[in-house]
Design a protein around this ligand. Structure first.
Ligand SMILES: [Zn+2]
Length: 366
């Protein structure tokens, strides 16, 4: 979880928590619990600590809170903010904040995140009803399959999708997808089932893991895996997000997140690879270095940028054929970048030589 601009929250797309699920379901329990939670507040009740704790103990809420690293202090502020937004005795304070929020949501970011669920309650509930439609899950798969080769176009009935009534994010991994209703409502306006198609892509792509990676290669392997993972999934939803960014509320547009300094990140990776190649792996950057380099975007930046170049140069089919091969992703990017009239950074021969060396070393053990 990272901040883009002051307090604006965006995606993290890998969650290493196992949850046992029996069949594919759309789970509205945490969301419905939220709608139930706020009702008494509207007629003046406060949100008791025990009610709040029980709410947070609902499994998907618990997983989400853990994944985002929300501590007790944050959760207590969230409880108080929910009281502030929904209890009528606070309406004067809220009204003042709303004036500020209308000018700049980040001025009272936490209040804003709760307030949108109040302001758009009617619209959000209508949207929730749309999701119950049996055509919704097939649409998620359709979006996902557009960016997967035939052999990976398999439905996975074990993936459960959980909806939350707090916050503004979505996470996925290991058979579970958790999304907040506010995020989904806004993203689906641009492309119905796009965001969940992205999250489903992470699960269905079945990324290759290598049993053993030498210490010096851990960082660069992280980078090529992460950019391939997020870059390809981003083709499902971020293309429309960036095209229609002006229509989205604050924190929902990902243009900067996806593209800020993407080309110079690629150039820096090239420098790192040249150093590795020349020093025969003695000079290297760690996984943490690469996480910093991609600004903790999980690989969205420069993954989206690189994949977009590959696709616009006509290599979508080859990308699909090699969607689990991070080495091929770099070769394809380079082939496309050489042809691209926007002159993106092209990896040097030394860098490609090191990628080839790693491919020879690891790909056979996949
Ligand atoms: Zn993702």
């Amino acid at each position: 979880m990272k901040k883009l601009i002051k307090g604006v929250i965006i995606f993290v797309c890998l969650l290493n928590i196992k949850i046992v699920s029996k069949a594919q379901t759309i789970d509205f329990a945490p969301l419905d619990a939220y709608w139930k939670l706020i009702e008494p507040l509207k007629s003046g009740d406060s949100l008791s600590l025990i009610t709040w704790k029980n709410f947070l103990d609902i499994e998907p809420n618990k997983i989400y809170v853990q994944n985002q690293g929300f501590d007790n202090d944050y959760l207590e502020r969230l409880r108080k903010t929910i009281q502030l937004v929904y209890m009528s005795k606070n309406e004067n304070i809220l009204a003042k904040r709303v004036v500020a929020i209308d000018k700049d949501p980040s001025s009272y970011w936490l209040t804003y995140k709760v307030y949108v669920y109040k302001k758009y309650e009617k619209e959000l509930k209508a949207f929730q009803n749309q999701l119950i439609n049996p055509s919704y899950i097939p649409l998620i798969y359709k979006n996902s399959f557009e960016w997967l080769p035939k052999k990976l176009q398999n439905k996975d009935g074990k993936i459960d999708i959980h909806f939350l009534g707090i916050e503004n994010d979505a996470i996925a991994g290991d058979g579970i997808v958790i999304t907040t209703l506010w995020t989904l409502y806004n993203q689906d306006k641009l492309k119905m089932g796009g965001l969940l198609g992205h999250e489903m892509h992470h699960v269905l792509r079945k990324p290759i893991t290598f049993p053993k990676i030498d210490e010096q290669d851990l960082g660069i392997i992280y980078f090529i895996n992460a950019t391939l993972n997020e870059g390809t999934a981003d083709m499902i939803d971020k293309v429309v997000n960036i095209e229609y960014q002006g229509e989205l509320p604050m924190g929902m547009s990902y243009k900067d997140f996806e593209l800020f300094q993407a080309d110079s990140i690629v150039a820096q990776v090239d420098i790192n690879l040249i150093e590795m190649q020349k020093s025969e792996g003695k000079i290297f950057k760690t996984e943490k270095d690469y996480r910093n380099l991609v600004r903790w975007t999980s690989g969205h930046c420069p993954g989206y940028y690189m994949t977009d170049i590959v696709v616009r140069q006509g290599y979508k089919k080859r990308l699909m054929q090699n969607i689990q091969n991070p080495f091929e992703f770099i070769y394809l990017y380079n082939k496309a970048a050489k042809k691209d009239k926007e002159k993106p950074h092209v990896f040097s021969d030394e860098a490609i030589a090191y990628i080839k060396l790693m491919e020879n070393k690891y790909w056979k053990y996949k």
